[in-house]
Design a protein around this ligand. Sequence first.
Ligand code: ATR
Length: 275
Amino acid sequence: MTDRYAVFGNPIEHSRSPEIHTAFAAQFGVDMAYTRQLVPAGGFDAAATDFFQGGGMGLNVTVPFKQDAYRFATRLTARAKRAGAVNTLALQTGRAVLGDNTDGGGLVIDLTSNLDWSLTDKRVLILGAGGAVRGILEPVLEQHPRELVIANRTVEKAQQLVEEFAPLGSLSTVGVDNLADLQAFDMVINGTSASLEGDLPPLPDSLLARNAHCYDLMYGAAPTVFMNWATGHGAVAVADGLGMLVEQAAESFFLWRGLRPATKPVIAALRASLK
Ligand code: ATR
């Protein structure tokens, strides 16, 4: 019998998750159907209930429903609990639905395994303090950066995150306008959605240390504004979030099926299809 999975979001038409999971399933000969579903605002619970009652096995959840999915889950992994957001729901025995957040794990695997960038003992700056950043903080802190600094346009949002996550590691915040006062960073991760509008927080020329690495959680056919800024300011390595997208999907697939797909060929195929 075909096992059913889906991704819920709004908008959803540009989601690459169906092709990623179809590629994973093909690696193992798993009989899986994975669809996109446009869920209306306020309609998450009804749609998810229908999906699981109708025999669905697992969901990915994207903007703007990750908090709804968090509330919908009957059990949560520790990292989902900390993130306050769920991107993966898995039907378990009985009627239990486990909620996990694989975004941060996906980022860390992309950084450390695919790109071979280490976070350990590095001075790391994260730009932004929205949902995307909340989802990556715990896995990033687990890599033991020497210092992790969050800079956000709205300072209070960064302060809130620092309060919540400070018990997990060396974490502090700074206003975007005060970045120039700090020692340069070994790694900068752009977690703002500014690149969507072709925008960038105002960054000082002195931001990057020698040999700095820069990562944008966003991805696209062309380098993002942040990636271009990084290249122009001496970064030795620059990457976008396509690898994170595939790795978070692989983590979801593992949760659902107990199988670890090979991600490199899927990243390469997706990259080629963007061109
Ligand atoms: P996401 O789920 O993608 O994180 P979000 O929760 O709306 O979306 O967060 C967007 C992040 O990008 C926020 O940190 C936001 O800054 P504010 O908290 O000050 O709103 C940041 N952001 C968006 N557009 C920006 C811009 N043009 N310049 C700087 N920061 C921007």
